[in-house]
Design a binder for this molecule. Sequence first.
Ligand SMILES: Nc1ncnc2c1ncn2[C@@H]1O[C@H](COP(=O)(O)OP(=O)(O)O)[C@@H](O)[C@H]1O
Ligand SMILES: [Mg+2]
Length: 251
Amino acid sequence: MSGDAVLEVQGLDVHFGGVQALRNLSFTIAPGKIIGVMGPNGAGKTTLFNLVTGVYRPSAGRIVFGGRPLQGLSPARIARAGIGRTFQSGRPFANLTALENVLVGLYYGADVRRAGATDAKRRGQEVLDFVGLGKLADRPVASLNLTERKIVELARALATRPRMLLLDEPLAGFNPLELEPAIRIVRRIRDELGITVMWIEHIMTVLMETCEHLIVLHHGEKLAEGTPGEIAADAAVGDAYFGKKGATKLG
Ligand SMILES: Nc1ncnc2c1ncn2[C@@H]1O[C@H](COP(=O)(O)OP(=O)(O)O)[C@@H](O)[C@H]1O
Ligand SMILES: [Mg+2]
């Protein structure tokens, strides 16, 4: 295992009753990269994020973040250790304002105790400005559209000051015109904030264009891993997605 990896996953297994959702999964993530996680619906992508963030416990295997084994840590401890995430279904606090949602992340994150209330509000506003929603700070999240709600959720994760951010289909439901600005935000999270990003998205072209490295899961196993060029040329990946019967539903 390389000494400078931000995340190391070794031999990860998890099953739910009779369903083996991940099988002997291993990979290493170098710091400062944008890593795409691909695979058809049910491949185990969200399960991987739930294991890394301590929502699920693996049946076997190890997850090491920044040299520290995460085994047995609660989701809250893992968040404070520096792993932020968003949820595939979107889970904003609908009755709070956009700024209050971000403050939840800020207080939940790495350096809670150092932030006084005024300072926290200023920093929360900065995070909203960073994602381009500064003007909506005082709007209840319930009054925002889907795109804005998902960006607020991204801002909330960012406010925890993660070293690594896990994004679970952040662009699902966006219209084509909304994609490019959102992709730019993800790029800036890495380029300007230096945060390592693992990114699940069902729009393959988005990951192909944005990520330096891709991991492809299929039926809970790692089917392929490599640069976008390598993945595009991989026959097994083509079969997994399109098979002989034509396109499967991607997820
Ligand atoms: N909490 C759970 N209980 C039972 N089965 C689950 C649970 N979470 C995931 N699974 C199953 O694990 C498999 C992978 O699911 P998931 O990780 O959500 O796939 P993906 O995100 O790649 O679409 C699916 O068969 C799913 O039904
Ligand atoms: Mg999923």
